[in-house]
Design a protein around this ligand. Structure first.
Ligand code: AMP
Length: 177
């Protein structure tokens, strides 16, 4: 079995979670398989080195699980993007539309540096709405998101178009539900 096949096997599929009609790709199955977890970090590490990132950012909460160890491996700053109301300091924020209602995410102003080249990581990229909002946060701080990375991508939801012109890479893609 290849490493990619092992990763695929480690990702649990939970139908109708969190609501009917959604097939949930659960990466907790990856975290309990050290070889699959390391494989994800190895792949992302190589990508980040090639991109020459200055900082790694992760989206709360499952994005943290990949972004934080990666930043440590690379010796780069790790910038948290959190749901509104969790960060104690002054923040840049961005509100974005969900299927029903809106959400808001934020990052500490002091964590973002002008002209910094940032890679933003989430566990799974679906519509791309969350990552697009994160890009606005970095723009407010004068930084540049140079690439979005995910473990899982759902390309049938057209996230690449939403996130243009920023490049997006995912380790494994699932084409339909
Ligand atoms: P989006 O903003 O639509 O790209 O949504 C991405 C966020 O929602 C990520 O943080 C994912 O963890 C979560 N998410 C969306 N759809 C799924 C799914 N089918 N399975 C697991 N997580 C999902």
């Amino acid at each position: 079995m290849t490493e990619l096949e092992f990763l695929d096997k480690s990702i649990r599929r939970i139908p109708d979670f969190p609501k009917p009609g959604i097939l949930f790709y659960d990466i907790t199955g990856v975290l309990v398989e050290p070889k699959a977890f390391s494989y994800c970090l190895d792949v992302m590490e190589e990508w980040c080195k090639a991109i020459k990132a200055d900082a790694i950012s992760g989206i709360e909460s499952r994005g943290f699980l990949f972004a934080a160890p990666l930043a440590e491996r690379l010796g780069l700053p790790f910038i948290l993007i959190r749901k509104k109301g969790k960060l104690p300091g002054k923040t840049y924020t961005c509100k974005y539309a969900l299927e029903y209602g809106t959400a808001e995410i934020e990052a500490h102003v002091d964590d973002i540096k002008k002209d910094q080249r940032v890679v933003v990581i989430d566990d799974l990229i679906a519509t791309g709405g969350t990552l697009k909002a994160s890009r606005s946060i970095f723009e407010q701080g004068g930084a540049k998101v140079v690439e979005f990375l995910g473990v899982v991508g759902l390309p049938f939801l057209k996230y690449k178009e939403v996130l243009e012109p920023t490049p997006v890479r995912t380790i494994i893609e699932y084409d339909s539900e």
